[in-house]
Design a protein around this ligand. Sequence first.
Ligand code: ADP
Length: 406
Amino acid sequence: MKILVLNAGSSSQKSCLYALPSQNLPEHPPSPIWSANIDWTVAEGRGLLKVKTPLTKQEIQLESGDRLAGITKMLNTLVEGETKVLKDLSEIDIVGHRVVHGGSKYSEAVIITPPVKEAITNLIPLAPAHNPAHLEGINAIEQILGKVPQVAVFDTAFHAKIPPKAAVYPIPYQWYEQGIRRYGFHGISHKYCAQKAAEILGKPLKSLKIITCHLGNGASLAAIDGGIGINTTMGFTPLEGLMMGARSGSIDPAILIYLMREQGYTADQLNEMLNQESGFKGVSGISADLRAIISAMAEGNQRASLALEMYIHRLKYHLGGMLASLGGLDVLVFTAGIGENSALVREKACEGWDFLGLKLDTVKNNARPEDIDISTPDSAVRILVIHTEEDWAIAQECWHLRTTIE
Ligand code: ADP
């Protein structure tokens, strides 16, 4: 079975193709047989397409900013040139899309039908940078591949069971009725990591209280009780919660009112400042990338040190919140760019929890761990580093749904 996965961002279009047996899903994530990425940020009105197969790599300049033309070009590399892995595009059995916002309606992946497309369209005001890009991808596949089944896997779906006490904001109730509530994001990753954690530990997911720390450019925590997401740090938008690369995370909302009233900031300016000029980048004045912050710290840069101290402080503050929601903790999971690669962040995040009996094995922590337990044998909490596999998680959802519609 050939499963194509599309992961559209505001300025990129990632895609990969899995070749899977029809009978059984492989136990471990297989490598895709083809993967591609269009970066639309290289120059105004142009894109750069990079394609990879296990045997070869190719780069193609896209001379127009037309998204449909870009996706068509990208899919053509499946059937022609050095990266050819299929005889014909009709060999693709099913296409899965990561969709950032599914609102409160979708708690599971679904086959895309006209009402599902309408729901994704209606949610554009809540995800203006992402949902239009997902619709472009869905429409492009309809045009290029015709009637192939398409699946939407929502980043919000895993959080759909968060109880009202954690989902409703303490603001006038009519705003909640209009849809202003905690949705939560990174759900595909949080769900994958919780399942993987249970598998690594050889315990039923139902028996575990887990906190997953998805720490990438965007970052969020999830409190997962028996496999169900019961709280998360991101909220109505992916801006709430932890300090991030260039996003502020939670701040006093009156700061915005003050800046609008006293300094004349517009909503668009504030949106940009909080989403693109804050976090590590805003505090350090150096970069949104933790690696640059750590290099600057080594040269004695005080604001870089402050940025990292704040990052850890806020991470632990929110860990405390998730811990309280769960009322206990069996497993702490680190994943995504920072969670998987920064031994320093993991070490600092694990300090000061002695009263929980949480103990990090610093040797294991420093040995580039992947999909393993880095706690000491006598730790009361298992600490795992898990390589998140969002594309594989989307492919699995497609595989399961495909067998139900056959
Ligand atoms: P995204 O949220 O865009 O998917 P990633 O999960 O790929 O991001 O995380 C990217 C971030 O991970 C980088 O900006 C950087 O801060 C961090 N990162 C990646 N590798 C390392 C490393 N070796 N040490 C510290 N931080 C790293």
